[in-house]
Design a protein around this ligand. Structure first.
Ligand code: PLP
Length: 398
């Protein structure tokens, strides 16, 4: 007998299931309830992780759970939860979780593009995109690139199979007009995928803006504790979704049940975390705006930011990441080592503030003194004071 936690006939049905009330709830309500199964007497509200490589399967092969690389009840609930946040109340939305954000990114690009196709990528996106570009080119797929700002990708769309958008972009925090790009892309038969990592589904809903795929690293703000890697793809077209599921099965880039369960547990607090972290990001950005040693300050939530107008039209929150430039590498290093509440670490979106001198990796076209700062959930006064004190310390030679 199948013991599917949602009572649906097949996991994909469960992933597509949308709580009829989800659309009318506020984000906080939706977040704490997202993906929960119907209550069953004496069962936990959120069933624990199901650790299984295989499931009992006597006789004829039938679903929903057969083999652990194909399906797992813990993924089913998480997929349903993410789908409810990305596309509240919408029927037919299918979510597929992956072992990491890059597994999700690769699943879309490599399952959709064929030899001879053209793919359009941003040239200022996540630093692994150039590696993806090389891989696509090795398969005979043509790649065009253009910056995110001012919708420059519009000029590269002609005849493309897929447009990849990253907005806000990491680390430059430029924003493009998703609706405008989608309209132009769809007019020419081009599919559109949006990397929604930085905004999270609370800050931006790409499917509602018309995109075919919303793709993200769940490693960052979605789960927010810096303790797991996860990725996901959400789409509405069953044929596209089937291609993504098939890719996951073939490549086997699956999340472990423990990570999937931890992610689901973390989703309950996403609205609380986002509210505090986004508020802290704005407070840090506002404080930095008054500092003469800071140049190139970017935060889409700052009314003076070049991205703000477009961001405000399509986002409901502006994320936890702020970027800015200090006079030189040594200055930036002094700043980093003077911080006490902010960890020097890559990644972003976690409850503990992190920052890094991005140039230490190479690969991003950023100045030596460029800092990518991710605001955590600390008290805003404490956090801003720490940043200002570290700036003073860096300015006085450390
Ligand atoms: N997309 C963006 C915008 C990212 O910043 C990252 C990672 O930093 C990824 C995708 C890849 O995610 P992961 O590290 O979970 O593979």
């Amino acid at each position: 007998m199948n013991t599917h936690p949602t009572g649906a006939d097949h996991p994909a049905d469960a992933a597509r299931y949308a709580d009829a009330d989800a659309a009318r709830y506020a984000d906080a309500t939706r977040a704490v309830r997202a993906g929960l199964p119907e209550p069953v007497k004496n069962e936990p509200t959120l069933p624990g992780p199901v650790f299984a490589a295989h499931f009992h399967l006597p006789g004829e092969v039938s679903g929903p759970y057969t083999y652990g690389r194909d399906t797992n009840p813990t993924w089913t609930l998480l997929e349903r939860a993410i789908g409810e946040l990305e596309a509240p109340g919408q029927d037919g939305v299918d979510t597929v979780v992956f072992a990491s954000g890059m597994a999700a990114v690769s699943a879309v690009l490599l399952s959709q593009a064929r030899t001879g196709d053209t793919v359009v990528l941003p040239d200022d996106g996540y630093q692994a995109l150039p590696l993806v570009r090389e891989q696509l080119q090795e398969y005979g797929i043509h790649v065009r690139t253009a910056p995110t700002a001012e919708d420059a990708q519009l000029a590269a769309l002609d005849g493309a199979r897929l447009l990849w958008i990253e907005t806000p972009s990491n680390p430059g925090l430029d924003v493009c007009d998703v609706r405008r790009l989608v309209a132009a892309a769809h007019a020419g038969g081009t599919l559109v995928a949006v990397d929604n990592t930085l905004a999270t589904p609370l800050g931006q809903r790409p499917l509602e803006l018309g995109a075919d795929f919303s793709v993200a690293s769940g490693t960052k703000g979605l789960t927010g504790h810096g303790d797991l890697l996860l990725g996901y793809v959400v789409c509405r077209d069953p044929a596209l979704a089937a291609g993504i599921r098939r890719w996951r099965k073939v490549v086997g880039a699956i999340p472990g049940p423990m990570e999937a369960w931890l992610a689901h547990r973390s989703l309950a607090t996403i609205q609380l975390r986002a509210e505090r972290q986004w508020g802290n990001a704005l407070a840090v950005a506002e404080a930095l705006a008054h500092r003469s040693e800071v140049t190139g300050l970017r935060y889409p939530g700052l009314p003076s930011d070049p991205s703000h107008k477009t961001a405000a039209r399509q986002m409901s929150g502006f994320g936890s990441v702020v970027s800015f430039t200090l006079p030189d590498r040594a200055y930036a290093e002094r700043f980093m080592s003077a911080l006490r509440l902010v960890e020097d670490a890559t990644s972003f979106g976690g409850v503990r503030s992190t920052a890094e001198r991005r140039g230490r990796w190479g690969g991003d076209a950023v100045p030596e003194g460029f800092i990518r700062f991710s605001a955590g959930a600390e008290d805003p006064g404490d956090l801003v004071a720490d940043v200002l004190r570290a700036l003073d310390s860096a300015g006085s030679g450390g």
